[in-house]
Design a protein around this ligand. Structure first.
Ligand code: SF4
Ligand code: SF4
Length: 185
């Protein structure tokens, strides 16, 4: 390495490969953060996430809430002067976090698994079932009984049994899984 050159972190190489982006073009302007739809729920802003990748902060990134709170709305990408595909960066980080053999499954990963499991099985999520299974899996308390009764009374949570999907849907899911093995789930 010559003077003036910066070492590219292994995390940067991995994310750039998976997301097909060049993070060296990020100028840390913060335009992505300014328009981010999920910023209120994040612990690090999208701008900080890019910087943490370059600093090779694996543990911080893979335990970060941000990567699970990104809703892939692409607003950041529309605003980014460098046209960095930030939602693809978040996808890559989720896939890396998901595939870490030593990673302690956190609440976000539990939710991710349950959510995807229901979409694969029913073609959509079933709110009542998702709420109960998440509560059991992540050992979090259910909402207070008066709220549950209120949800049910106002039909805010669908408690009807989920319908099962046909062969064509299961075939589509199988094909999607075969084509998306590199993305963890
Ligand atoms: S908007 Fe683009 S260039 Fe600016 S900080 Fe975000 S990722 Fe980097
Ligand atoms: S794609 Fe993710 S990071 Fe970008 S604005 Fe939407 S929520 Fe924020």
């Amino acid at each position: 390495m010559t003077m003036g050159q910066t070492a590219i972190s292994s995390m940067q190489t991995e994310v750039e490969r998976k997301a097909n982006v060049n993070l060296d073009t990020c100028m840390q302007c913060g335009c992505c953060t300014g328009g981010c739809s999920g910023i209120e729920a994040m612990d690090f802003s999208p701008r900080q996430i890019i910087q943490l990748i370059k600093m090779d902060e694996w543990a911080v990134l893979l335990n970060s809430r941000t990567i699970w709170m990104c809703v892939s709305c692409h607003i950041c990408e529309d605003r980014c002067p460098a046209r960095i595909k930030i939602s693809s960066v978040m996808d890559a980080l989720r896939a890396i976090a998901y595939s870490q053999p030593t990673a302690e499954p956190n609440k976000q990963i539990h939710f991710h698994n349950l959510f995807l499991g229901q979409v694969k099985t029913f073609g959509r999520t079933h709110e009542g079932l998702l709420m109960m299974s998440y509560s059991l899996k992540a050992k979090t308390p259910l909402p207070p009984m008066r709220l549950i009764i209120d949800y049910l009374r106002r039909l805010r949570v669908d408690m009807k049994p989920p319908h099962m999907l046909g062969k064509a849907y299961r075939f589509t899911i199988k094909k999607a899984q075969e084509g998306g093995k590199d993305h963890g789930a």
